[in-house]
Design a protein around this ligand. Structure first.
Ligand code: SF4
Ligand code: SF4
Length: 136
């Protein structure tokens, strides 16, 4: 088991600071890998990252919701160019640095979305994506 970062992630980075095994990394390039990702082979399931996320984007893998009901105004972030994700997000992260994302969609209150499809990218980033070479 591991913890999973979902598309609710807006790169705040607060989770990175508390991870005792430094297994959370920012996706790069941002346009292709817009979230932060948890290396499943290194995560020790301590749960310290969960309360640090201002967007409640982190879940135990088994508890990633397949029917997440939006409170309203949450933003989902996907790779740039993803159909239906045509908003831009400009914010400031935990350290005061700017965050710019170009594949964003704002959820309406009561809208239901399946976040389980966000599990696989956490694995892909380290097994076949840019995170693989970063760990070599
Ligand atoms: S704290 Fe939340 S929004 Fe920030 S990088 Fe971690 S998962 Fe993403
Ligand atoms: S559960 Fe613990 S070890 Fe795993 S990513 Fe979160 S802070 Fe790091």
């Amino acid at each position: 088991m591991t913890y999973i970062i979902t598309s609710l992630c807006l790169r705040d980075s607060g989770c990175v600071d508390v991870c005792p095994v430094e297994c959370i990394v920012p996706g790069k390039p941002v346009d292709e890998w817009p979230w932060y990702y948890i290396d499943p082979d290194t995560c020790i399931d301590c749960g310290a990252c969960v309360p640090e996320c201002p967007f409640e984007a982190i879940f135990v893998e088994d508890e990633v919701p397949d029917a997440y009901e939006a409170k309203g105004d949450e933003k989902l972030s996907m790779p740039k160019g993803t159909s239906g994700f045509d908003e831009v997000y400009d914010g400031t992260n935990h350290h005061g640095d700017p965050v710019h994302l170009e594949g964003v969609r704002t959820l309406a209150a009561g809208e239901v979305v399946d976040l389980t499809k966000d599990i696989q990218p956490n694995y892909d980033y380290f097994q076949s994506g840019p995170g693989y070479s970063a760990l070599d």
